[in-house]
Design a protein around this ligand. Structure first.
Ligand code: PLP
Length: 507
């Protein structure tokens, strides 16, 4: 018997079949569709998605038709083979439907008594992630919304380890402290330093080598300089798979410096954290097990949809020391394991299910082999760029990320090339053939292709270059007729981890 407002079982089945048919068709035809809808402007979407609160039921058919026409149609097709912007994967169907199953069970994976099987599933999935990453097998962890939250937790763990009284006394009781990042660190690490209350001035820039990897010798010098000034070196944030170029900081050497100097090492492996499972990139993860805490994002490289990140620490007991809290209205630690003591959230969705079902349905080996295939594809794309007269590769292709730029012979000088590459990205995104993002490498505007969609094949590589060329030519044609010539791209925003910044005198 259904109780209002629920639909009768027959209608629920109809709804489910509609959704299943939609997902199957959407995934099967993605490759034939444009990557993005050129008409999807803010004004058009706001008009399309503006309607009064539906007080009365509109019915399943009408609601789903609106979903199809107003939401799905103008959405960017993230699983498309030529969607290579940012870090957005193609989700596998098993993981897509896992989201619906998790919602049906509606477990809040915070309190064991209210989510017994979901809690144990998350603990199992965390052990699987440890096995795939090569991080310390004894580590404790928790699934998070993604890498940003995992990096924040990592920094809070460092603070808790150094100043166990911080939860009681707050920052007032802490001496000045510093965190060491390279300019290639993801901005979420800087934000984590801000959010834990130290302020951006606590960030120290550690220079990189020519391959954009943090320099351990420079790290040691920066740590010692702070110690001499009475500033506590709190944590180093190294990266396994940087956002811009996929570079891997030398974790083993950085871990050695951290051990000598007594500084916490957090490794942001949001993107490259599973490299240990790849025969081609396992060396990236060398020394990872010595990190004090570690981030990895299943929603980047395990082909599961957002949101799924994870954070681990090999210091058992430190997560509950950082986040544990007693409440009269909830079961407490003595009544069993409680994820609410392992992170900032109480209500938590059942993220583990999509990882559990993906690994069981498809197998971890197939998933990792696919990621490895994408890395080979990215390397071949790098070779195509090298072979073209009008393109330039800007960094070694690493972990499936290629940074390059369009350099047609008629455009001379860095300023004009920067302006061209900056301007062509939105044109490319509008044209619908391919979707890339941009980044800065020093003062150079770069295009960035992140091979993270399992649908991408060899055939897409020349199409990708041709699409960039077409967008570039469209920009040049526009400039020829524009009064005043090419516009100057916006100034590059300085980051606190940027070595060009003057080093702050105090923290
Ligand atoms: C290296 C790195 N760390 C952290 C993040 C943040 O991850 P999320 O978007 O899951 O919060 C990203 C995002 O791309 C990243 O590239």
């Amino acid at each position: 018997m259904t109780v209002p407002p629920e639909l009768p079982p027959q209608a629920i089945r109809h709804l489910g079949r509609w959704v299943a048919d939609f997902v199957a068709e959407y995934l099967a035809t993605l490759s034939e569709q444009p990557v993005a809808d050129p008409e999807a402007t803010p004004a058009r979407l706001q008009a399309l998605l503006d309607e009064p609160l539906p007080r009365a039921p509109q019915g399943v058919e009408a609601a789903l038709a609106d979903f199809r026409n107003k939401i799905a149609a103008p959405s960017v097709r993230v699983g498309h083979p030529r969607f290579l912007a940012w870090m957005r994967t193609s989700p596998l169907a098993g993981a897509v439907f896992a989201e619906a199953l998790a919602a049906a069970l509606n477990q809040s994976v915070a309190v064991w008594q209210g989510a017994p099987a979901a809690t144990e599933t998350e603990r199992l999935v965390l052990r699987w992630l440890l096995a795939l990453s090569g991080y310390a097998p004894e580590a404790e962890g928790i699934l998070t919304s993604g890498g940003s939250m995992a990096n924040f937790v990592g920094m809070l763990l460092a603070r808790q380890a150094a100043f166990p009284e911080v939860r009681q006394k707050g920052l007032r009781a802490m001496p000045p402290a510093a965190v060491y990042l390279s300019p290639e660190a993801h901005y979420s690490q800087v934000k984590a330093v801000e959010m834990m209350g130290l302020g951006k001035e606590a960030v120290r820039c550690v220079p990189t080598d020519t391959a954009r990897r943090m320099r351990p010798d420079a790290l040691r010098t920066a740590i010692r300089a702070d110690k001499q000034r009475g500033i506590v070196p709190l944590a180093v944030g190294a990266t396994l798979g940087t956002t811009a170029t996929g570079a891997c900081d030398p974790i083993a050497d950085i871990a050695a410096v951290c051990a000598e100097e007594g500084v916490w090492l957090h490794v942001d492996g949001a993107y490259g954290g599973l490299a240990a499972s790849l025969s081609t990139a396992a060396s990236c993860a060398r020394g990872l097990a010595r990190a004090d805490s570690f981030t990895v994002d299943p929603h980047k490289t395990l082909f599961v949809p957002f949101e799924a990140g994870a954070v681990f620490t090999r210091h058992r007991g430190l997560l509950p020391a950082t986040f544990g809290a007693r409440a009269a209205y909830l079961p407490n630690a003595e009544e069993g394991f409680q994820f609410r003591d392992y992170g900032p959230q109480l209500s938590r969705n059942f993220r583990a299910l999509k990882i559990y079902l993906t690994l069981k349905i498809y197998g971890a080996d197939a998933v990792m082999q696919t990621w490895e295939r994408l890395h080979r594809l990215a390397a071949r794309f790098g070779a195509l760029v090298d072979a073209a007269d009008d393109f330039q590769r800007l960094a070694p292709v690493s972990l499936g990320i290629a940074a390059f730029r369009y350099t047609p012979p008629e455009v001379a000088g860095e300023a004009a090339l920067n302006a061209l590459n900056h301007a062509l990205v939105p044109v490319l995104q509008q044209q619908g053939e391919a979707f890339l993002s941009r980044t800065h490498l020093g003062e150079t505007e770069a295009l960035r292709a992140c091979f993270i969609s399992y649908r991408t094949t060899e055939d897409d590589l020349p199409r990708l270059l041709e699409a960039v060329r077409r967008a570039g030519k469209a920009v040049l044609a526009r400039w020829r007729t524009a009064p005043g010539g090419p516009p100057t791209p916006p100034r590059r925003e300085a980051s606190p981890a940027d070595c060009a910044q003057p080093s702050p005198k105090t923290s």
